[in-house]
Design a protein around this ligand. Sequence first.
Ligand code: ATP
Length: 236
Amino acid sequence: MLELHDVTVRYGQHRALEGASVHVAKGEIVVILGANGAGKSTLLKAASGICEGVVEGSVRLDGTDLTRLAPNKIVDEGLALVPEGRGVFADLTVRENLTLGAYSARARHEEQVTLDRVYSLFPKLRERARQIVRTMSGGEQQMVAIGRAMMSNPTILTLDEPSLGLSPLLSKELFHNLAKVRDLGIGVLMVEQNAKQSLGIADRGYLIENAHVVHEDTADNLMKDPAVQAAYLGAG
Ligand code: ATP
């Protein structure tokens, strides 16, 4: 279980996040919705230890305090991030990208086992193992990014706007793949603009407005909520 408790982040005088508490259990998908600049990316970065701001509050994973750990130690504890824009190495092959994902101590010793697990999750990555990532479609590159994060053998996978730039059809495939990750017993926490498709596969969700978590509910209830429909689902 990943637990962010009362997390506040300041960039200079600006409070990007205030008193945010969010949790994700293994085997569930949780979506964070909110307008541009609400503080969503900041929350994911604070959890992963890569936030440039001053972070207060606590982040725990299965009881271990991650708050003051270096980013690579946080990956060692089992928390992986797929950043916005994917962060793949475009000039390297699929296989090389996956190998680079296994640098953490928790993954290094079992690289072959983990690689087989990632290949069985995403068979296309095995077929394309020697392809240079730059030559792949956006959807395929996103699969490489998720595969690379999975190579660190995480218990919780976090993703910042994974469907950005993908067609509706490719987004559907992406969310289907994230459901497969959840079905392995991994917790998935994602920030998404595509509220409809992400809530469609999610278990729960949070709304962030102006640096505050203002609402938490099951995905089903959020989809039925008139305020959510008006703000995020294009109804109203
Ligand atoms: P978007 O959907 O546009 O990505 P977001 O909800 O992810 O938005 P954040 O990226 O978390 O928003 O940013 C929250 C606020 O903090 C914004 O006002 C942003 O300008 C500010 N901010 C983010 N990163 C920094 C930084 N490194 N230095 C200063 N201010 C920052």
